[in-house]
Design a protein around this ligand. Structure first.
Ligand SMILES: [Zn+2]
Length: 67
């Protein structure tokens, strides 16, 4: 999977990352929340939007530049 969405455990945001991001590590990085992976940036954004939480683009890996 190329893009991953982290839905925070507190439910207050959904954050999009690229797989190679050190905060994501292909969805294996332990984070407080649930990871879901996508091959396609558009699908990742659709999933993030469907959480009805604020959608954040990771400021480290900038997934929006690779969509
Ligand atoms: Zn990232």
């Amino acid at each position: 999977m190329r893009f991953w969405v982290l839905e925070s455990a507190a439910g207050n945001y959904a954050q999009v990352h690229r797989a190679e991001c050190e905060h994501c590590q292909d969805g294996k990085k332990p984070q407080s929340g649930v990871w879901k992976g996508f091959e396609d940036y558009t699908q990742a954004m659709e999933h993030a939007a469907a959480t009805e939480r604020p959608v954040l683009q990771c400021a480290l890996c900038h997934p929006e530049r690779y969509g």
